[in-house]
Design a protein around this ligand. Structure first.
Ligand SMILES: Cc1cc2nc3c(=O)[nH]c(=O)nc-3n(C[C@H](O)[C@H](O)[C@H](O)COP(=O)(O)O)c2cc1C
Ligand SMILES: O=C(O)C(=O)c1ccccc1
Length: 386
């Protein structure tokens, strides 16, 4: 079955039984529905970005400036969206971005996300700040591919402990997020004073870690305040430096990907330090307001290190056509952020699966109509820049 068949399935169901799709296929409509369900605090936790939102808008504008140039009389009826990442064959060049504390959006949170992604063979990247434990999410992912995102603590014993738990639980690739060593200036979160994890709510992974717990006199259940006081300075307020990557290399025997890279120089340094990949990302515009659009950073990074590192991309991907554009500019695969959380809010695992199927169907159809049989054939000359 191809991803494009989802379109047929929706039409046939509609014609035969009058059944409409369970959720809108339009990401903007789904966001509106989610907004009504979630209420202000949770909605803005997900939707919000840094400062005036200039970088979040720039992320979208950068997609708008590039247009696909479709080619005709090409037989692209049979298509293969598959890619190989670090020796793992994926059905499509898409992963679910790591998102912390998903219990804010749905009680099943990361478990629902992991199940939905696994049902399509897509990796979902588990955040260190997840509201379910590493071991619970691994069980929910079943046979599905598993990647772990590290928020890198300033405590080597906790770092090593998190890495060894993730390896034991079958996570293969490590994504180290560098751009959020402290939270950006986020007016919505500040005005609503809504960030339950700052009170210690929903931090299942750090609060279940043996090395973290070893530094507490009482369990987080008995004394949440003391747990937060240990957690906050350990994970927040201070950046690591390049020389410290050796610790991660020595304690992770799979691929390591640095997330949050926006400069070609930093990408080269990542390669020089023995890293395996980068995610060109500005955290969905949530960190530095006024920062460069992530898509504008992609081509220079891919040109600088595309043959040395696996280049992934996120920030601003909303449609299948967006995925095509990012691949053409040098990404091997993209991470999807906010859109799948709207699916999670509207329908738990089924909602996340729906969002993924829509995105992949549109990518599949757009590839065919633009004359591309495989993602390997996409290159900057498939696009025009305005
Ligand atoms: C609510 C929310 C929570 C996030 N939490 C994390 C996180 O725990 N770790 C991380 O590396 N990135 C986190 N991110 C960033 C995403 O992984 C991703 O970079 C970003 O959402 C991509 O942009 P997009 O939302 O425009 O697709 C978060 C993003 C959102 C919206
Ligand atoms: O909100 C975020 O963007 C984010 O990365 C985060 C960090 C810590 C906990 C939850 C989310």
């Amino acid at each position: 079955m191809s991803f494009a068949d989802f379109q047929q399935e929706i039409y046939v169901n509609g014609l035969l039984t009058g059944a409409l799709p369970p959720h809108s296929v339009d990401p903007a409509v789904l966001e509106e529905v989610a907004r009504r369900r979630l209420g202000e605090g949770p909605y803005w936790y997900v939707a919000g970005s840094a400062g005036t939102g200039a970088t979040e808008r720039a992320n979208r504008e950068a997609f708008g400036r590039r247009r696909i140039v479709p080619r005709m009389l090409v037989d692209a009826t049979e298509r293969d969206l598959g890619v190989e990442l670090f020796g793992e064959r994926l059905p499509a060049p898409v992963l679910l971005a790591p998102v912390g504390v998903q219990s804010i959006v749905h009680p099943e949170g990361e478990l629902a996300t992991a199940r939905a992604a696994a049902s399509l063979g897509v990796p979902s990247i588990l955040s260190t700040m997840a509201s379910h434990t590493i071991e619970e999410v691994a069980a929910a992912a079943g046979e599905g591919p598993r990647w772990f995102q590290l928020y890198w603590p300033h405590d080597d014993e906790v770092t090593v402990s998190l890495l060894s738990r993730a390896r034991k639980a079958g996570f293969t690739a490590l994504v180290v997020t560098l751009d959020t060593w402290t939270l950006g200036w986020r007016p919505h979160d500040l005005d609503l004073a809504y960030l339950p994890f700052l009170r210690g709510e929903g931090l299942a992974i750090p609060f279940s870690d043996p090395a973290f717990l070893a530094g507490l006199e009482k369990s987080p259940q008995e004394d949440l305040g003391a747990a937060v006081l240990r957690w906050a300075p350990m994970f927040n307020g201070r950046a690591h430096t390049w020389d410290r990557l050796a610790l991660l290399r020595d304690n992770w025997d799979g691929p390591i990907v640095l997330k949050g890279i926006q400069s070609a120089d930093d990408a080269r340094r990542a390669a020089d330090h023995g890293m395996d990949g980068v995610v060109v990302s500005n955290h969905g515009g949530r960190q530095v307001d006024g920062a460069i659009a992530s898509l504008d950073a992609l081509e220079p990074v891919a040109e600088a290190v595309g043959d040395r590192l696996t280049v992934l991309f996120d920030s601003g991907v909303r449609t299948g056509a967006d995925v095509l554009k990012a691949l053409a500019l040098g990404a091997r695969a993209v991470l999807l952020g906010r859109p799948y959380l709207w699916g999670l809010a509207c329908g738990g695992a089924d909602g996340v699966r729906h969002v993924l199927r829509c995105l992949l169907a549109e990518l599949d159809i757009s590839m065919g109509l633009a004359g591309h049989r495989a993602v390997a054939g996409l290159a900057p000359d498939c696009l025009e820049v305005r």
